[in-house]
Design a binder for this molecule. Structure first.
Ligand code: AMP
Ligand code: ZN
Length: 462
């Protein structure tokens, strides 16, 4: 297999060549765990998942590293605003670590429900402070920093290729600098490597460092942890497009300033945004949709996965419940078709679809085309091995569904129904009959009937 990926660095589709034959180092920026992931965030992790599944399917050994940001991320990526973790902890009357723990678990609950394979290494920022300090010391030793107003800054004027990834021009950066500038910064795009007292007097988590008691800037965690687990240079780095101009630009600058080895990462993949009818979705602005809110509306997490696969990761995707319903219907008929396949059917004639499927995947992970090939196979020469093979990448749980001999009944699904039944019971107890009826109706839409009896509520397929 020869994969071509659209590399943001250079803005072109390029033939992918791993640094080391057969083994790939991949780092995907993980969540900031101050709130639930919204469904836009989950689009980013589905891309990481499709990438890893595809590379593994074609024989690569992939070391997939993902960070958990539990310190240092301010509401503005460029060092402005509140600390996201501290603000959330204060609002909820909990400690920062309690908040981090709760939302990290919630995050993996969501990704598991969406069949997103867990990374090989999951690393928390707060557990890698000494690696960050060592890396900052290296950057300092190489002459790329200055200390001002209690913070250690990265000086972008010392790094001539700053902004290459985002194709930023330094003149534009100066002109476009925000009015509310940190006056300690020598250049508008300089960024903090280590904060001490300047920002928040009552910062919850602080560590000793050569620059004083404090905490790291947000960007340094990704450089320090990726290099710890993947080496000074590695193959692929991914995140949402919002990370191109600041976060990833700064990661590159500080990493290459530390090691002197350019390019730090060979290939950069960025997913476009999921947008709502009403516009942008953001965790900090509130009003965002979570996976659970889709489930509460009667959808299966895999309906959402199917919906996402129907768009190419580099195209903006507009979310609406209408289109999610379309995805649900399509997935339902897909399952029906797969369940109807004769398990003894010969695989003759499937290879044309398999080849086209593989071509679509190696062509910058074109999942809409790949899905179309699966449909083509199902309509023409369906055979289970070829279907399951495609699903190793698509991750729609088709093999599991066939094994269970039923559309969707698997453990996760059953657990979800139990949870909804419990919610309905609670709603009834507090006389919120509208919610209770809603839950019953949503389950009915999914073909599940509830029966109330003396021993509680039981559920059945329609
Ligand atoms: P965060 O937890 O805010 O650091 O974001 C986690 C990931 O989600 C990052 O890779 C972001 O770039 C990505 N992301 C944020 N919003 C969206 C969105 N609306 N659509 C797709 N990806 C997003
Ligand atoms: Zn990152």
């Amino acid at each position: 297999m020869s994969f071509s990926f659209y590399n943001t660095l250079g803005r072109s589709k390029q033939l992918f060549k791993p640094l080391k034959e057969g083994a790939i180092g991949f780092y995907g920026c993980g969540p900031t765990v101050y709130n639930y992931a919204h469904i836009g965030n989950l689009r980013a992790y589905v891309l990481h998942d499709i990438l890893v599944r595809s590379l593994r399917r074609f024989g690569y050994d992939v070391n997939h590293v993902m960070n958990i940001t539990d310190v240092g991320h301010l509401s503005d990526d460029a060092d402005d605003g509140d600390d996201k973790m501290v603000k959330s902890a204060e609002e909820r009357g909990k400690s920062v670590l309690e908040i981090a723990d709760y939302y990290t678990q919630a995050f993996f609950k969501d990704t598991d429900r969406m069949n997103i394979v867990r990374p090989t290494v999951v690393c928390k920022a707060t557990e890698h402070i000494s690696e960050m300090i060592a890396l900052i010391q290296q950057i300092e030793k190489n002459g790329f920093t200055y200390f001002a107003g209690g913070n250690l800054y990265f000086d972008i004027s010392k790094f001539p290729s700053y902004g290459e990834l985002a194709m930023l021009r330094l003149d534009d950066l100066k002109a476009g600098a925000r009015i509310e500038q940190d006056e300690n910064k020598r250049n508008a795009c300089d960024f903090v490597l280590w904060f001490t007292k300047s920002k928040f007097a009552n910062q919850a988590l602080v560590w000793d460092s050569p620059w004083g008691k404090g905490y790291p800037g947000w960007h340094i965690e990704c450089s320090a942890m990726s290099m710890k687990y993947l080496g000074e240079n590695f193959d692929i780095h991914a995140g949402g497009i919002d990370h191109i101009p600041i976060h990833h630009t700064n990661e590159i600058a500080q990493s290459e300033a530390a090691t002197g080895k350019k390019p730090w990462v060979s290939c950069w993949l960025h997913n476009e945004f999921l947008v709502l009818d009403k516009g942008k979705m953001s965790k900090s602005a509130g009003g965002f949709l979570t996976l659970q809110s889709l489930i509460d509306e009667g959808f299966d997490p895999l309906d959402y996965r199917y919906f996402l696969l129907g768009g190419h990761y580099r195209s903006q995707l507009q979310f609406s419940f209408e289109s999610l319903k379309g995805a649900r219907n399509a997935r339902k008929s897909l399952l029906e078709k797969v369940l109807a396949v004769d398990s003894g059917a010969s695989g003759d004639g499937t290879s044309k679809y398999t080849q086209a499927f593989n071509k679509a995947i190696e062509d910058d992970l074109n999942t809409p085309r790949a899905l179309a090939e699966l449909w083509g196979l199902l309509k023409d020469k369906p055979a289970l091995p070829a279907i399951f093979d495609m699903d190793r990448i698509l991750g729609l749980g088709l093999e599991e569904a066939v094994k269970n001999g039923n559309n969707e009944v698997n453990e996760a699904f059953a657990k979800e129904i139990e949870e909804l039944i419990a919610k309905r019971a609670e709603a009834k107890k507090s006389k919120d009959f509208a919610t209770a009826d809603n839950i019953r109706q949503n389950l009915k839409n999914r073909g599940i009937i509830l029966e109330d009896g003396p021993a509680g509520t039981i559920w059945k397929r329609q």
